[in-house]
Design a protein around this ligand. Structure first.
Ligand SMILES: NC(=O)c1ccc[n+]([C@@H]2O[C@H](COP(=O)([O-])OP(=O)(O)OC[C@H]3O[C@@H](n4cnc5c(N)ncnc54)[C@H](OP(=O)(O)O)[C@@H]3O)[C@@H](O)[C@H]2O)c1
Length: 327
C-alpha cells in the first residue's frame, strides 16, 4: 500500500515516516519536492502520482509569530495546500489525515475557571472538546481553522487530528530551546499565564500510526475531527521548570529557575489562548489508543534523550533514503 506523506522532514512528519516506512511504501514529499503553496505545481505532481491508499499531510506553516507578518503565505500553506490534497484524496476515493491545532480555540474559558495565573495546571477548567466552538486569536490559528474546514468540505474520508505543544529532539521547539538554555546556564523568561498540554512528538506519531494501520486494514472508520493529545495541562513556565530540573539532575548542572513573565510583558506578535487543553476522550474511545498524560510523556522523553543528547545536535536532519521521492 502506498502513502503520500507531505512535510516528512518536519517534527511530526519525520517521526511518522520512521514508523511507516517499514510497513508501507511511503512517498515522502518535502517542500523541495512539492511546494504546497503552489496549486499548479501540486496539481501537476499529484496527477502523475501512482495509485495511493492514503494521503497524510504533515506540511504546515507553524511559525505562529511570523504568520502575523505573512498572512497570505500562511493561508496558502495551511488552508490552500490542504484543500488541494483533500480534493485529490476525494477524487481517488481514499482517506486523508490532516493535522490541526489547539490554537483554533481562544482560551477564554480560563477567565471563567479558577485560574489565578501562577503555577496552575488549570485543573478546574474543562478541557476543550470537539463540540466546542473555535475562535482563533492569531493568523496561524485562523489559517489552521480554514484548513480544517476545507478538508472537511472537500474530502469525505477525512481525519483531522488537533494537536498541541509538540516537542522532541528534532528541529527547534520548546524542549530544544529550554535544553539549550539549561545546558548553557542561561536563565530564560517564560510565560506563566498560558496553560497548554505539551505532547512528545514520538507519542503522537505512535497514535497516528495506530490509526493508519486501522484504516488501511479496512476497519470501519468514523471520519471527522479528533483531539489527539495526552491528558492534563501545565503552563509553559512550569514545563520549563521541569525541563530545567531534569537537566540539572541528568547532566549534573547547577539548577537554574526560569524567570516568569506574563504574555503581555513578553509581547509576542501573535495572540495565544490563555488555556488550550483539549479533551482526548473521543479519540481514545474511537481508536482504542490512549496517549499518556503530559507529564508521563515528558519523563519518557527525558529517559530516552538523556543517553544521546548534546547541545547542538538537536537540529539533525535526515534524508528519506529508503522511501521513493516524488521526482
Ligand atoms: N509544533 C506544534 O507545537 C504544533 C502544535 C499544534 C499543532 N501542530 C500541527 O501539527 C502539524 C505538524 O507540525 P510540526 O511541528 O511537525 O511542524 P514543522 O516541524 O514546522 O514541520 C512542517 C513541515 O511542513 C513543511 N512545509 C512548510 N511549508 C511548506 C510548503 N510550502 N510546501 C511543502 N512543505 C512545507 C516543512 O518543510 P521544511 O522542512 O522545508 O521546513 C516541514 O517539513 C502541523 O499541521 C501543525 O500545524 C503543531
Amino acid at each position: 500500500m502506498r502513502i503520500l506523506l507531505t512535510g516528512w522532514n518536519g517534527q511530526l512528519g519525520w517521526e511518522l515516516h520512521e514508523r511507516l516506512k517499514g510497513c508501507f511504501e511511503v512517498i515522502a514529499a518535502g517542500r523541495e519536492d512539492m511546494d504546497i503553496q503552489n496549486p499548479a505545481e501540486m496539481c501537476d505532481i499529484l496527477r502523475r502520482l501512482p495509485e495511493l491508499s492514503l494521503i497524510v499531510n504533515c506540511a504546515a506553516f507553524t511559525d505562529v509569530d511570523r504568520a502575523e507578518r505573512e498572512p497570505r503565505r500562511t493561508e496558502r500553506i495551511n488552508a490552500g495546500g490542504p484543500a488541494i490534497l483533500a480534493s485529490e484524496a476525494d477524487k481517488r476515493g481514499i482517506p486523508m489525515i490532516h493535522f490541526s491545532t489547539d490554537y483554533v480555540f481562544d482560551g477564554s474559558r480560563a477567565a471563567h475557571g479558577r485560574f489565578s495565573g501562577k503555577r496552575q495546571s488549570g485543573k478546574h477548567i474543562k478541557p476543550y472538546t470537539e463540540e466546542d466552538r473555535p475562535d482563533p486569536l492569531s493568523v496561524y490559528g485562523r489559517s489552521k481553522l480554514a484548513g480544517e474546514r476545507r478538508v472537511r468540505e472537500l474530502c469525505e474520508k477525512h481525519l483531522i487530528f488537533r494537536l498541541s505543544g509538540l516537542y522532541g529532539t528534532r528541529r527547534g521547539n520548546f524542549l530544544t530551546t529550554m535544553l539549550k538554555y539549561a545546558l548553557s546556564g542561561e536563565t530564560p523568561r517564560v510565560v506563566d499565564d498560558q496553560i497548554i498540554s505539551p505532547n512528545w512528538c514520538p507519542m503522537i506519531a505512535g497514535a497516528a500510526e495506530h490509526v493508519i494501520h486501522r484504516i488501511l486494514s479496512g476497519r470501519k472508520t468514523e471520519w471527522g475531527i479528533y483531539h489527539l493529545t495526552g491528558t492534563g495541562g501545565t503552563t509553559w513556565h512550569e514545563f520549563a521548570r521541569l525541563i530545567f530540573e531534569k537537566t540539572s539532575l541528568l547532566w549534573d548542572k547547577p539548577l537554574v529557575i526560569p524567570e516568569t513573565v506574563s504574555s503581555r510583558e513578553y509581547g509576542a506578535l501573535a495572540g495565544r489562548p490563555a488555556y488550550s487543553v483539549m479533551n482526548p476522550d473521543k479519540f481514545v474511545n474511537t481508536f482504542g489508543y490512549s496517549p499518556p498524560d503530559w507529564k508521563t510523556q515528558f519523563l519518557h522523553c527525558m529517559g530516552t534523550i538523556s543517553k544521546e543528547y548534546t547541545v547542538g545536535r538537536h537540529g539533525r536532519q535526515a534524508s528519506p533514503s529508503s522511501s521513493p521521492r516524488i521526482r
